[in-house]
Design a protein around this ligand. Structure first.
Ligand code: AMP
Length: 506
């Protein structure tokens, strides 16, 4: 019997005082540390009763609430891997994820229980439960009926803790397999780098189906024994008000631009805060500067991705440089390479960012060839982001090799949207691009070529995408052109399209 590397044991060992708030929701769903552990024990017992065994997957497409964290901890305790899914995904999209991951249990919103049960049954998946944001739903009923005592299942460091799907630019979405060690090592590094302690009160307003809200924020707070001030959605006024009694905020750049729109954002309003962190998409230098002018705080920008957890961070002490993502985290190696050959580039030059360390995922679920393609022979993971390291060691991200669009902090893979547009009868071909947008960072736009003799309006194209794609993936504008610009290799020149439409959203 070796020592268990179950992340839950680490969380329990480092927890705050039993009576301290873990999730301060401001209502009856709030949980102290003792309450969180007790409820996660009940939920783990419910999982086992539903047939979930160590090594199984548990899919969850549920609205944000404190009980999502209860479910996440219950999965750790039962030795199952959590598979969180964006609530914006349609049933058609859900079908792919469930078919690919074959979860032993699927948890959905109460309102979708009927259709998700039908879908799961067709796929041969039997256990489907519902969980609502107010402790409603069939799973919440089961949790209430169970006992809080549960013997946490031992796990090895490289056993799976979660699978997070990240689409590819080509082909289907890939499930990134994250281990207990991946999550534990990264959260411990962040606790140290960002100086989190049991006295911290972190405003949590991020979604919890993504690495940022689920792992960066929650695991860092729990491993510090801190309190999370829990918001089920991002409302700038509510977040602004919460700052009066908080010490830290983690957000996507959109949080910061929305907060800057509020006259109430002042030096006084942010006086009790010690840390503002931004990530998931580039923070504009002008946002960084405006924030400092208004609040006196320099936003700390960090960089990471689903597959690697967090890779770099600006320093806690020392200069937080706008437009950079700082230095590699302790234990994480970063290098810049020629995208094709993998050869090192001369100091200061642009190349693809590669990373190695205990933070880097185990591979893509059931895609060994795809996994092998994304790693160099010496074990470095090829992020697909283009960047450089300056003379002072700060990492700069200069673009995304794969033309990923990040709108409001969510990734949109052009290929997936293009495929849906190309399926429309009147359409010959299309190119989906991200355009600068003050609020979303980037907005999705489509450039469409119609078939000879066909006509279609913007409204027609948009209507055809309703229900096919999650709202955040649907284009905000559609442009019609005679033909797409291509280079001599036949590749669509998206940079030209972005350039000619760059002022669309002001
Ligand atoms: P995700 O897997 O959804 O977390 O998306 C990861 C991608 O988001 C990275 O590969 C980067 O392209 C981008 N990203 C994350 N953080 C930053 C940042 N601070 N600046 C620029 N891009 C970022």
């Amino acid at each position: 019997m070796g020592t268990s590397s179950n992340l839950f044991n680490l969380i329990a060992a480092r927890a705050g005082r039993p009576g301290q708030m873990a999730l301060d929701t401001g209502d009856a769903t709030a949980l102290t540390y003792a309450g969180l552990f007790e409820r996660s024990g009940r939920a783990a017992n419910a999982l086992v009763r539903l047939g979930v065994r160590p090594g199984d997957r548990v899919a969850a497409q549920v609205d944000k609430s404190a009980d999502v964290i209860v479910l996440a901890l219950a999965c750790l305790r039962a030795g199952a891997a959590l598979l969180p899914l964006n609530v914006a995904y349609t049933l058609a999209e859900l079908e792919y994820f469930l078919g690919d991951a074959e979860p032993a249990l699927t948890v959905c919103r109460p309102a979708t229980l009927g259709p998700v049960r039908d879908l799961a049954r067709r796929l041969g998946l039997l256990a489907v439960e519902s969980l609502g944001a107010d402790r409603d739903g069939t799973f919440a009923e089961r949790v209430a009926a169970e006992d809080g005592a549960f013997a946490t299942v031992p796990r090895a460091a490289d056993d799976l803790a979660a699978i997070l799907y990240t689409s590819g630019t080509t082909g289907r979405s890939k499930g990134a397999m994250l281990t207990h060690e991946n999550l534990a090592s990264n959260a411990l590094a962040l606790v140290d780098c960002w100086r989190f302690t049991g006295s911290d009160r972190l405003i949590h307003a991020l979604p919890v189906f993504h690495t940022h809200g689920l792992f960066v924020a929650v695991n860092t707070a729990l491993l510090a024994g801190a309190t999370m001030i829990w918001h089920n959605r991002f409302d700038p006024d509510a977040v602004l008000a919460a700052m009066a009694d908080a010490t830290a905020l983690m957000g996507v750049p959109t949080f910061y631009t929305r907060l800057l729109d509020r006259p109430g954002l002042t030096r006084e309003a942010a006086a009790g805060m010690r840390l503002f962190v931004s990530g998931s998409a580039p923070l504009l230098a002008e946002t960084h500067d405006a924030w400092r002018a208004r609040t006196g705080h320099a936003i700390l920008e960090r960089y990471g991705m689903t597959e690697t957890n967090m890779i770099t961070s600006n320093p806690y002490d020392g200069e937080r440089r706008a437009g950079t993502v700082g230095f590699p985290l302790p234990g994480v190696s970063v290098r810049i390479a020629e995208p094709e050959s993998g050869a090192p580039v001369p100091d200061g030059e642009i190349g693809v960012i590669e990373v190695k360390g205990p933070n880097v995922f185990k591979g893509y679920w059931r895609m060994p060839e795809k996994t092998a393609q994304e790693f160099r022979p010496d074990g470095f993971f090829i992020t697909g982001d283009l960047g450089r390291i300056d003379a002072d060691g700060y990492v700069h991200i200069v673009g995304r090799a794969k033309d990923l669009v990040i709108s409001g902090g969510f990734n949109v893979y052009p290929k997936e949207v293009e495929a849906e547009i190309d399926a429309i009868e009147a359409v010959l071909e299309s190119a989906v691009i991200g355009l600068p947008h003050a609020d979303f960072g980037e907005a999705v736009a489509a450039v469409v070529v119609l078939r000879e003799g066909e006509t279609a309006s913007e409204a027609h194209v948009l209507a055809a995408l309703e229900g096919k794609l999650a709202k955040f993936k649907q284009p905000k504008r559609v442009f019609f052109v005679e033909s797409l610009p291509r280079n001599t290799m036949g590749k669509v020149q998206k940079a030209l399209l972005r350039e000619s439409h760059k002022d669309t959203f002001g």
